[in-house]
Design a protein around this ligand. Sequence first.
Ligand SMILES: Nc1ncnc2c1ncn2[C@@H]1O[C@H](COP(=O)(O)OP(=O)(O)OP(=O)(O)O)[C@@H](O)[C@H]1O
Length: 278
Amino acid sequence: MGGTALALEVTDLTAGYGPVRALREVSVEVPEGAVVTVLGGNGAGKSTLLRAISRTLPFHGGAVTGGTVRFGGRPLDGLATDRVVAAGVSQVPEGRQVFARMTVEDNLRAGTLGARGDRAAKAAALRRVHELFPVLAERARQQAGLLSGGEQQMLAVGRALMASPRLLLLDEPSLGLAPLMAARIADTVREINAQGTAVLLVEQNAALALRLASRAYVLEVGRVTLSGPAAELAASDEIRRRYLGVADEDEPTGRPDPDGNATKPARRPALARWEETR
Ligand SMILES: Nc1ncnc2c1ncn2[C@@H]1O[C@H](COP(=O)(O)OP(=O)(O)OP(=O)(O)O)[C@@H](O)[C@H]1O
């Protein structure tokens, strides 16, 4: 968990796609070494935020039209994507997007393009990725497109880690995965963070994200509508009702009864459901 030093400082960021305004004066901070999450429904602007930070928005036909992004005190504005990677920020895009016809090892090698560090640093990064995801070592010569969905997500995360980032931008890592696989990915995010990498996690699965993060932001139609410590947001009625699938009149305290059972099993919060898979 971070102290007061900020790794990432996004200030009043406005961005869009032609006439579509996807982000309006969004400000987000990630302290050094922290996990911070951005929650929000479909189309809220979560992916756009990550693309604006990694400067990949132009590849999607979008542009930043206002505000600043600073990393480690230095502005990222105007940098090419590979310079952002070199500055220590790597993104795992939504939908994994591994190179399906390339081997697993070549996908990982692609992650070192633009990265800082010499051969020894890249070899160390590969060892770290193989320790986190042994299956990527076992399947090194296999075509990436033949991996399962969960394994492809591991590959996408592994590829981003090959650049030894100080900040990992993670776009919906649990999307389309079975609960057990999502929980495994969550464990890995925790481990990556414990090794010193800060994480900005975009998720629709609020239960999972709030368990991982120390701080959370809620994005609605391009604006930050709520932010605070993740534990506080997880306890708030508004978040519980809208993002954790709990109706406050049913479970005013949200606490299980003394036997540890939720009081209304049929309406158990998503948070409890996720914990059961672990
Ligand atoms: N490449 C694009 N071209 C035009 N409009 C886009 C593009 N990508 C996203 N948008 C629009 O920008 C807005 C924000 O989309 P964005 O993908 O950032 O939201 P999101 O919160 O990541 O949603 P989801 O969880 O569904 O991916 C939406 O109105 C969306 O339709």
